[in-house]
Write a protein of this length. Sequence first.
Length: 473
Amino acid sequence: MAGTQMSGEGDGVMQEDPGTRAALSDLCTAFGIVGAQIALLTPDGPESYTFGAARSDPHMAMTPTTGIQIGSTSKLYTAILMMQLVDAGLVDLDRPVATYLPGVELGIWTDTPAAELITPRMLMSMSSGLDNGRYVDTGDERDAVEKAVGLVAMSALTFAPGTFWAYTNASTNVSGLIVERLTGLPWDRAVQELLLDPAGLGRTTADPRRQIVGPTAVGHMVTDAGAEVIDHRGLGRGFGPTGSTITSTAEDLLGLAALFLGDGVAWTGRRILSPEAAGLMQSPQVAVTNATVADSWGLGPWIRQWDGRRVLGHPGMVRGGGSQVHWVPESGSALAIVCNVPAQIHPFSEAVLDFLLPERLGIRKPRARAPIGTTVDNPADYAGEYVRDAVRMRVDADGGRLRVSVSSTHEAGIGAVAKVEEFGLLPLGDDLFRFVTSDGTELGPWDRAFVRDPAGKVSHLLDPFFAARRTDR
């Protein structure tokens, strides 16, 4: 895999298949995608496809080298930096975070500071119990990540550290601060010097100030009136470790996947991680409570068992764009998708996967669960109030039918206003439910999961990644 002819500088050999291009172009049209890049690695070599515009007004064409914000897929870069510290003997995955961040407060669980309970393994496997936290711009100075981590102490822990899986941006910001403290570098410089440069990912940058150097796409919102450019001013450097600043290309994301397929060796031939560290990142650390998201989580990537094979990766979405990257260790295959209509990245990616996996990689993607009806026999199990920072969900029962009201000021720190949304809950079995709108539209691609405590009582609601704790019991 290390010898694959690809390069972040754009001098590798990328192929195209006409039938694949035509099918992907149709999907772009169907999902209202303004601009997209899709890169594919098969045993026959790498392929790259580009569609549409990087910017609609004024028009700027999308090219294979146009940078697009990738959002939370950035967490893989932070996890790699953490594992480099493990390789160097500077981090023990099972020592408390307080070992590496003395004096940093992460809240309290019972009577114990959370930093004494949470470990780096929990941070990277999304089992820390930290609330997702508040989205507040902490500036672009050297202490931006430290200030972002300081917000964590303002939120109560969602569950006891290590109890189960629930996604949280706060965990990766804490990892980013550990990287800063132990390398002596700002997180974005650490990404550049310790990962991007040696791995040859020359079309990727973690520094928002560098994004103006090369062509960069902007995010769009598609309405009945057409495509509108989104004001993509966001969270700056403070949330860089978790996804606010990295721009990349589909080809470079394919290069990131190649690092895992190469047991820690990048497409440049440079070793970035030890084989042991690369393998550990791809090993299940915790079962994912919401089975519609993944089967388990490694140290960074999600892990899915599809058609008897492991499919690893990560999704991401911010105002400037969205991404998904996937790789299949057994076949040495990979797929990267980026687009500049962030609201569509996940349904669009699911459609791309539905086409490319069986057609080009020989993998049958599991079908979404079908509702088992419209009512449940035990509505009292679920009815109640569920809370996480800036989000409150109220589940009500009308006979056996369930509805949820979601009150959110989730992005108030970056300009969004508070809103209230209401949905029906369609039962799928096994404490899984699908949101459905008033006109009957089922929302996907991921469903919602209720979590039960050891006594069998419903204690949390995963919506679909983030955990909200039950407060009415």
